[in-house]
Design a protein around this ligand. Structure first.
Ligand SMILES: [Zn+2]
Length: 312
C-alpha cells in the first residue's frame, strides 16, 4: 500500500512516527502551516516556522524515506490576533518557494470579520500565485461554517477544482461535492471521523475527489490512520485500485496542480546535513551494517564518546 498523507503536522511528531509511517507505506506528505497550540507573538515566529516547513522538515523527512511538501498561510485562529496581521505581507515570498504546494490552512475558526478578511485575501493570493488552496472547516458549528466557506470560495473566483475543503464529515460532504471542490477527511483515534465511518462515506459518494489524512499534530492523533483507512477499505470489499486512488492518486492529482510535487524516492544518506546539522545522534551516526560489525568499529574508533561530541 503506497500512501500520500495530504495533511499531517510533522513538526509536532517524532522520529518514531517517521519510521512507522515509512513501514506503513507512507512515501509522501503535505504539512500545512497551522496554529501551534499557543499564540505566536510576532510575525518573526511565523517566518522561522515557514522556513522550517520549507527547509529543515523536508530534510528530516527525506532521511526517513518520505517526501515532504507544505502549504503556508496565516491560519484562521491566529487571523484574529492583530500581532499576526503582518504575516499576510510575507506570504507571497513563501508562496514562490519550491516545496510549497498550496495556500493553507485557510478558512474559519470562529467566523469573525477578521477571519473573513484573512480568508478572502489568501484565496486571492492563491489565484495570484497559481496555487491550489487547502481550506480548514471549523470544528464547532461545522455545517454552517462549511456552507459559508463554500460561499467565500465561490466569491473569490478560484476554480473549485483547485480547492480542497478539509475536516469534513457525513453532514458536510454533500455541499462540498456539489460545489465541485475536493473533499478531505481527517481520521482521528477517538473523536470526530474514524476509518469505519470513512468507508461508509466512500461507499456512498465514491472515491473521486476524495482525500483521507491523519491530520496528526501535537494533540491526540495517529499518523497511521491513513493506512488504517486503506485496510478498512479492503476489509469492506474495496479493491486495491480504489485504495490506491484515495491514498495516492487523488492527493497527487490535487497537489500536482501546483506543478511542484517531487515524488522521486528519497535516497537516504546518513551523512547528509542541513546547514551543518544532521538528524543523527551520538555513536549511531555512521552505522550502516549489522550490529556486530558496528560494535567492532565502535571499539576501533573510540566509540560513543567521541561521536557523541558532534553537534546537531
Ligand atoms: Zn491541520
Amino acid at each position: 500500500m503506497r500512501i500520500f498523507d495530504p495533511h499531517i503536522h510533522m513538526t509536532s511528531r517524532t522520529t518514531d512516527d517517521y519510521e512507522s509511517m515509512y513501514v506503513a507505506g507512507v512515501r509522501a506528505v503535505v504539512e500545512p502551516a497551522f496554529w501551534l497550540g499557543q499564540p505566536r507573538t510576532s510575525v518573526g515566529s511565523f517566518i522561522d516556522y515557514f522556513d522550517g516547513l520549507v527547509g529543515w522538515e523536508p530534510f528530516r523527512a527525506a532521511q526517513f524515506g518520505i517526501r515532504h511538501h507544505c502549504t503556508v498561510a496565516l491560519n484562521p485562529k491566529e487571523a484574529n490576533d492583530p500581532r499576526c496581521a503582518g504575516v499576510l505581507d510575507v506570504l507571497p515570498r513563501y508562496l514562490a518557494k519550491d516545496g510549497v504546494v498550496a495556500v493553507g490552512e485557510v478558512g474559519y475558526d470562529s467566523m469573525t470579520p477578521e477571519e473573513d478578511e484573512a480568508f478572502a485575501r489568501q484565496l486571492a493570493m492563491a489565484i495570484e500565485a497559481d496555487l491550489p488552496a487547502l481550506v480548514h472547516t471549523p470544528h464547532r458549528d461545522k455545517h454552517a461554517g462549511t456552507l459559508r466557506t463554500l460561499d467565500v470560495v465561490k466569491e473569490s473566483g478560484i476554480p473549485p477544482e483547485r480547492v480542497v475543503v478539509d475536516h469534513l464529515n457525513e453532514l458536510t460532504v454533500r455541499p462540498v461535492l456539489e460545489a465541485g471542490c475536493w473533499m478531505a477527511f481527517s481520521i482521528y483515534p477517538d473523536t470526530k471521523m474514524d476509518e469505519r465511518r470513512m468507508v461508509q462515506i466512500l461507499r456512498e459518494y465514491g472515491t473521486e475527489r476524495m482525500l483521507v489524512n491523519s491530520a496528526a499534530d501535537w494533540g491526540r492523533s495517529d499518523p497511521l490512520k491513513t493506512r488504517a483507512t486503506g485496510e478498512a477499505m479492503l476489509a469492506a470489499g474495496f479493491g486495491e485500485d480504489d485504495v490506491d486512488a484515495v491514498l495516492w492518486h487523488n492527493p497527487v492529482a490535487f497537489f500536482g496542480q501546483s506543478g511542484r510535487l517531487d515524488l522521486t524516492a528519497s535516497e537516504i544518506d546518513a551523512t547528509a546535513t542541513f546547514e551543518g546539522n544532521s538528524i543523527q545522534r551520538g555513536g549511531r551516526d555512521r552505522r550502516s551494517g549489522g550490529r556486530e560489525q558496528d560494535s567492532g568499529r565502535d571499539q576501533r574508533s573510540g566509540g560513543r564518546d567521541q561521536d557523541g561530541a558532534r553537534a546537531g
